[in-house]
Design a protein. Structure first.
Length: 442
């Protein structure tokens, strides 16, 4: 009798699960905010599974064995925004185009007075956008276009409400411009500092070229990230690459803060702490689902694997048997991100406009895959923290999606992020040269 009962119940249970899933789907489409958590193999997928509120948790135990996707070239070939294409956000949030007409807008930085600084890396210009209290800002003004060499990261110094300089991370070093709060044009020429780094170019030539820059909360130290020259080589050309460096603010006394980091495109200090965090592109050519990108705190002196290991003691097959003494020292990052997402800039949410649960969480921009059979990335994600313990939950959540059409065509590639003075979130996308704003409508 018992076996008959369970035989009857099993299909009913399956039907109930199906009906529950359909109900959840209908609820999301109706505007109710559901947050499914995808774990294990379910956390791997493509853009068709992206939607605001979808959460993913990937662990080191979930990784497949290494293979090869060397020939999986699937570049996006960005198109103009299709008619009717809209970005999607969680209920209560509104996404709107904020400013257009930029050439390769990459990094965003909000000044103490509310001005938005934008680096146009290909044009070798830094521009300023001034909010005017309406829906659109004033027309961009060129802040500086001298002394720039593929600029990416920018930072005000000293930290706080009265900075005296705007620092710029060129691909081959750090420069600074004299600045006073409210300046929309540099009040003096670029000053080169002694913080020289190995310059980059195309990946197969000069290597990763973006450099980010940030100051310790007390202004005592400056941090600059530099990516690897190659995908996974360990030859002499990789000396002083794949690292985060620590300097004095004048560019002197260079120290290695952390190493084995293939390309920390974004670095930022967590507000109210001395915790440095990074957004990192990991290596290619080991398969569609290897190696995960990651968003993680950075330990002083920490080793993160590249090129010999990845995500803990996983050995890179290109370097089998090398440096076994480092296997147990390779740090597993806090939040693993689906491989080839191309996680670029990140910022902590410091505003008051969003609901309270967003305060202190991370937003990160996924530029999107170019070498994965099925596309992934092309979105803004949120990395939530447990606000009682102050620890990351080890997962990430889709926040803004929709840059990929149903047939897989791409019309936007997010890069930079900044919290505006009014508490809205701004992000740049370099495919069509736009800046977008995300607001919460109470």
């Amino acid at each position: 009798m018992k076996s008959v009962f369970w035989a009857f119940l099993r299909p009913v249970s399956v039907l109930a699960v199906v009906l529950l899933a359909c109900s959840a789907k209908d609820s999301r489409e109706a505007g109710d905010f559901a947050s499914p958590l995808l774990v294990g193999k379910d956390a791997f997928g493509d853009w068709t599974r992206d939607a605001p509120g979808v959460r993913r948790r990937i662990t080191a135990a979930d990784l497949p064995p290494p293979g090869s996707n060397l020939l999986a070239i699937n570049s996006p070939r960005v198109i103009a925004r299709p008619a009717g294409a809209e970005l999607r956000a969680p209920p209560g949030f509104k996404v709107e185009e904020y400013a257009t007409g930029f050439r390769n807008p990459r990094f965003l930085l909000t000044a103490p007075n509310g001005d938005i600084f934008v680096t146009e890396s290909e044009a070798n210009e830094i521009k300023v956008v001034r909010p005017n209290g309406g829906g659109s800002p004033d027309a961009p003004v060129v802040f500086a276009n001298d002394g720039l060499n593929q600029p990416f990261g920018i930072a005000f110094f000293p930290p706080g409400e009265d900075p005296r300089f705007l620092y710029v991370a060129n691909t081959n070093g750090v420069i600074r411009f004299p600045y006073r709060n409210g300046d929309r044009r540099a009040r003096g020429p670029a000053e080169s500092l002694s913080a020289h780094v190995s310059g980059g170019g195309l990946l197969r030539g000069g290597g990763h070229w973006t450099r980010d820059i940030v100051f310790a909360p007390d202004g005592s130290k400056m941090y600059v990230s530099i990516g690897s020259r190659s995908n996974s080589s360990d030859n002499a050309a990789e000396a002083d690459r794949a690292r985060i460096f620590e300097f004095n603010p004048d560019g002197s006394d260079r120290q290695v803060y952390a190493w084995g980091i293939r390309n920390a495109v974004g670095i930022a200090f967590r507000p109210g702490t001395n915790e440095l965090w990074m957004s990192t592109n990991e290596r290619d050519e080991l398969g569609d689902d290897l190696v995960p990108d990651y968003i993680s705190s950075v330990r002083r002196g920490g080793f993160y694997g590249r090129p010999w290991f990845y995500i803990g003691s996983h050995q890179d097959p290109h370097h089998r048997g090398k440096h076994p003494e480092l296997a147990g020292k390779t740090i597993v990052p806090d939040v693993l991100v689906q491989s080839h997402s191309a996680s670029l800039n990140l910022c902590f949410y410091t505003g008051d406009q969003f609901p309270a649960e967003y305060k202190g969480d991370i937003f990160a921009a996924f530029h999107g895959s170019w070498n994965r059979t099925r596309r992934t990335g092309y979105k803004i994600v949120r990395v939530p923290f447990d606000h009682s313990s102050g620890k990351s939950l080890g997962e990430y959540e889709d926040f803004i999606t929709g840059f990929v059409t149903p047939n897989g065509r791409v019309w936007g590639r997010p890069v930079g992020l900044s919290v505006a003075k009014d508490g809205s979130l701004l992000f740049s996308e370099d495919g069509n040269g736009t800046i977008w704003r995300v607001r919460f409508q109470r």
